[in-house]
Design a protein around this ligand. Structure first.
Ligand SMILES: Cc1cc2nc3c(=O)[nH]c(=O)nc-3n(C[C@H](O)[C@H](O)[C@H](O)COP(=O)(O)OP(=O)(O)OC[C@H]3O[C@@H](n4cnc5c(N)ncnc54)[C@H](O)[C@@H]3O)c2cc1C
Length: 416
C-alpha cells in the first residue's frame, strides 16, 4: 500500500495529516498515513510563556486515531529522496528504514541558544520541558536566600516571544513574591541588541508596546547583549551587571536540522525553499510545511511566511492536500497564505492585535486581550476525538479559519 509519511507532530504536521486524510476519505482512496514524532503530544508552543505550561499539550492520539493516521514514536534522522526512504530512530532504540511515496517535512524549529560563558544557567520557553523548568524555578524563588536579584528576571531579546515573556513574568513574579511580602522587589529587565524594542515588529505597534512596558515597570537595556551569565546575574556588553536569579533567553530561531539532509537550498532561517505547491525545490516527492518551509506569503509584498503558528496551520493543510493529490494523480493546490495578523500578549497590560505586514494596530488593551485569549485557548487547538469536526477544518480552501469565531469549537476546554 502507498504511504504518506509526515515528519513532525506540531501544528504543521497535524494539519498535514488531517488534510491528507480528508482527501483520502473524499476520494475513497486506500493509502496509509504515518506521522512520526518523538513525543506523545501536540505541544501548544505559543502558550509556553504562560503559567503552568505543562498543561499546554494535546495527546496526538486523540487527534490522529479518529482519522486513521498511524503515530510512530521516533525521530526522523535522515531522508533519502532518491530511494524515497526515511531513517527513523524509534523510541524503543531500534533504527527503522521506512519507505514512503510522499513525505512532508514538518519538524519545526528551535531556539538557537548562545555560546556564552555560563549559558547553561539560561532558561527558555521553547519546549514544554524548558518552560516547565522555568515555572518550577519561579515558584521556588521564595525558598531561596534573600539575595539581591531574587525576584529580578532578565529577558534577553525584545522580539515577539521576549515581549510576551517579560510582560507575563511581571505578574508571575509578583504572585510568588507577594506571598512573602516582597512584591516591591519584583523587577523585570528586557535586554535587546537593537536600539528599539520589537525591532522586527516595526513602528506600528511600538507605541502601544512601550506604553505597556512603562505601565508594568519593565525596564529596557537597549543596544547591548549579554557577555557572560552567572547563577546570580549577568554582565552586559557595556560592562554593566544586573543581579538576577532568573535569566530567560528568547533570541533567534532556526528550522529543524533535518532540513540539512534534504537536497535543495535553505534560507537564512534554515528553511527549505519550496515551490508554489510546497514541494521542496530539487527534492521530488518531498514537501515542507510550517517552520521548515520558506514559502511566499504575499508575492506582491515580497514577504515569506513567518515561523508562526498562524502560518504553520495553512501550510500544513496545503502540504497534506498536495501530497495526497500528487499520489492520486489529482490537481494540486497553489499555496495561498491567509491574511497576516499578529496578536502580541502584553501580560497585565492587555494585548495588541494588528493586521498586515505593516502591522496596523486594530485592538489594544482588554479588547486585544480577549482576542489573544480566544486565539490561545480555542482557535489554535485542532479538534480532538472527532473526525467529523476535524476533517472539514483541514480544508486548505477555508480562508483563515483560525480567525473565524464560528470555527472556534475546540478541545481547549476539555484539555486545559
Ligand atoms: C513562546 C512562544 C510563543 C509563540 N507565540 C506565537 C504566537 O503568538 N503566534 C504564532 O503564530 N506563533 C507563535 N509561536 C511560534 C509557533 O509556536 C511556531 O511557529 C509553530 O509551533 C510552528 O509549528 P510547526 O508545526 O512548524 O513546528 P513545531 O511546533 O516546532 O513542531 C514540530 C514538531 O516536530 C517534532 N520534531 C522535531 N524534529 C523531528 C524529527 N527529526 N523527527 C520527527 N519529529 C521531529 C517536534 O518534536 C515537534 O513536535 C510561538 C513560539 C513560542 C516558542
Amino acid at each position: 500500500m502507498s504511504n504518506i509519511l509526515i515528519a513532525g507532530g506540531g501544528f504543521a504536521g497535524v494539519w498535514s495529516a488531517a488534510a491528507a486524510a480528508r482527501v483520502r476519505r473524499e476520494q475513497g482512496a486506500d493509502f496509509s498515513i504515518t506521522l512520526v514524532d518523538p513525543g506523545d503530544d501536540l505541544v501548544i508552543r505559543p502558550r509556553l510563556y504562560e503559567p503552568n505550561p505543562e498543561r499546554m499539550r494535546v495527546p496526538l492520539a486523540r487527534i490522529l486515531d479518529p482519522i486513521g493516521v498511524a503515530l510512530l514514536p521516533g525521530t526522523v534522522t535522515d531522508v533519502d529522496p532518491e530511494r524515497r526512504r526515511a531513517t527513523i530512530a524509534h523510541r524503543s532504540g531500534e533504527l527503522i528504514k521506512l519507505p514512503y511515496d510522499r513525505l512532508v517535512v514538518a519538524t519545526g524549529s528551535s531556539l538557537v541558544r548562545p555560546v556564552l560563558p555560563g549559558a547553561d544557567h539560561l532558561h527558555d520557553v521553547d519546549t514544554i520541558e524548558a518552560a516547565r523548568a522555568l515555572d518550577a524555578h519561579i515558584k521556588g524563588l521564595p525558598d531561596r536566600p534573600a539575595v539581591p536579584g531574587r525576584y529580578t528576571a532578565v529577558v534577553v531579546g525584545a522580539g515577539f516571544t521576549g515581549l510576551e515573556v517579560a510582560t507575563e513574568l511581571v505578574s508571575r513574579l509578583r504572585a510568588v513574591a507577594e506571598a512573602r511580602g516582597a512584591a516591591d522587589e519584583v523587577r523585570v529587565v528586557l535586554v535587546e541588541r537593537a536600539d528599539e524594542v520589537g525591532p522586527d515588529l516595526g513602528p506600528g505597534p511600538r507605541p502601544v508596546i512601550l506604553r505597556a512596558l512603562d505601565d508594568l515597570g519593565v525596564e529596557r537595556r537597549l543596544g547591548v547583549t549579554p557577555e557572560s551569565i552567572e547563577p546570580s546575574g549577568l554582565t552586559l556588553s557595556d560592562g554593566s551587571t544586573v543581579p538576577a536569579l532568573s535569566i530567560v533567553w528568547t533570541a533567534g530561531m532556526r528550522a529543524s536540522a533535518l532540513t540539512n539532509s534534504i537536497p535543495g537550498s535553505l534560507d537564512r532561517l534554515g528553511r527549505l525553499k519550496v515551490d508554489e505547491y510546497l514541494q521542496v525545490i530539487g527534492a521530488p516527492g518531498v514537501y515542507a510545511a510550517g517552520d521548515t518551509a520558506a514559502a511566499p506569503a504575499d508575492p506582491e509584498g515580497g514577504h515569506d511566511v513567518m515561523q508562526s503558528c498562524q502560518h504553520a496551520g495553512p501550510l500544513g493543510k496545503f502540504a497534506g492536500h498536495n501530497v495526497a493529490a500528487d499520489l492520486l494523480g489529482l490537481e494540486r493546490a497553489r499555496f495561498a497564505a491567509p491574511p497576516y495578523v499578529t496578536c502580541l500578549d502584553l501580560g497585565p497590560a492587555g494585548a495588541v492585535f494588528t493586521t498586515g505586514f505593516e502591522r496596523t494596530v486594530r485592538l489594544t488593551g482588554e479588547e486585544g486581550k480577549r482576542r489573544k485569549r480566544t486565539i490561545n485557548q480555542k482557535w489554535i487547538y485542532p479538534p480532538a476525538d472527532d473526525a467529523a469536526e476535524l476533517l472539514p477544518r483541514a480544508d486548505h480552501q477555508l480562508v483563515n479559519p483560525m480567525l473565524r469565531p464560528e470555527n472556534a469549537r475546540s478541545t481547549a476546554d476539555s484539555v486545559a
